[in-house]
Design a protein around this ligand. Sequence first.
Ligand code: C2O
Ligand code: CU
Length: 490
Amino acid sequence: MISRRALLAGAAAAGAVGFAPSALGRVPASVDTLPKSAPVRRLALSAAEMEMPLLGPGKPVTKGFCAYNGTPFLTLRAPVGTRLMVDFENRLPDLTTVHWHGVRVPYLSDGVSPLTQAPIPAGSTFTYNVPLPDPGFYFFHPHCDETGQVGRGLVGLLVVDDPAEAKLGFDAEHFIVVKDWRLDEKDGRWLEMFTDEGASTAGTFGTVRATNGSIVPPRVEAPAYGDVRLRVIVADSTRTIDFGCETEDAAIIAIDGQALTPLPLSKLPNEIWRMGPAMRIDVHVRMPGPGEEVKVYDYRTAEPYLLTTLVGVDKGRKKTAFRPKALPPAKVPLPDVKRASHIDYLVQTAAGPIVSGDPLPPDDPLAKALIASACVGSKTFWAINRNSWGAGADLRLPPPLATLKDGASYVVSITNVTKHVHPMHLHGHVFRVLSSSKKKDIPPYLADTVMTEPNETVEIAFRAASGDWVFHCHILEHMDSGLMGWIRVV
Ligand code: C2O
Ligand code: CU
């Protein structure tokens, strides 16, 4: 396992390098996304096991639930422009890391072993430098044994507030965390999270559905005729939902934390937004009158599943016409699509470990890196461009899928040639979803995770940022059984 110090030394030696085909072995600079003068907030974060009554009152409690700071779905929030210095302590009995999903962090704080750090042993600490350059709704989770640790609850939410949003005048904010539990319903024990059957197909589903940890869908009061900002996340390892509301007065105002021109749900095909694991949306919902309800559903299942009920309570507001509130436009680095280079990635099945592409030169700090067996699954079922992430008996780090140039623009066509959906996530970047071969009427939007359906080609574009970044499916058993690759940006 390479040490972080070795990486840092390599990064300093490489400095700000330009692109050359021979640059494959150069270690990228770990570039910070906030100035040194940014205000710092230091915080202690730990991961540990606890007991939780996941099956509800009067039922057996579940041991070995995992949470940050002892709080299920711990929510961190800070104003945009803040730097979080996170002193993390691993109180789990297993290896772990923390990944800041969707946040443009310097890559040495990205939490991916063995690319950016060694996994953190039980009882050890690691400090993450987490600049928050962009407002929005993010989350954090382990990047080692995600299937097992996220499966047992280890997910935190991160809201980066933009003070300019205060004048939009939302009356209430409510979170909807979609996450099932995979439990034996008789004794409350965890069932196996990684199964060969699930990992090689759509993923292994939970046995009980839950919203915000509760198997009883929450009922939430909100001011009648008021404006509610829903923050919705699919934190499940496997499940994809079709998000919808039983009201005309609802619009998506951000995707994966990034503002977009409000997209009324009623204008979308089937009036739903499909969300795979890791995807988030912010939705502006206008409440009906006192005592009236807005029901929020997952329409993907045969019988729509009630996620949450919003109930109007009289706070003296009067009925007015619904106009979706537009958030201030996102300020992430945007790609220059006209001058972009093109890359094609095929998301494929694999009948065992496969490797293709140029190996790293022997003097690269990652050339001999091994993936910790405790961090991945036992078999390989998937690959990207005939290249699978290590699993099972073959724990070598595969060569990078590509070496890109810092600051240059790229258009990536992702084609899913499998029979299952794959929500694809690129670390360290916010990309523009340009087009889909199947969904024609969706205007381009920004995201960090994009759904690919069977036989669909999705085009994304981004401006490459220096670092070693993974690109993977966020169905956690898929990523733990090969569906992950990495790009190097120098
Ligand atoms: Cu939430 Cu590597 O991802
Ligand atoms: Cu997948």
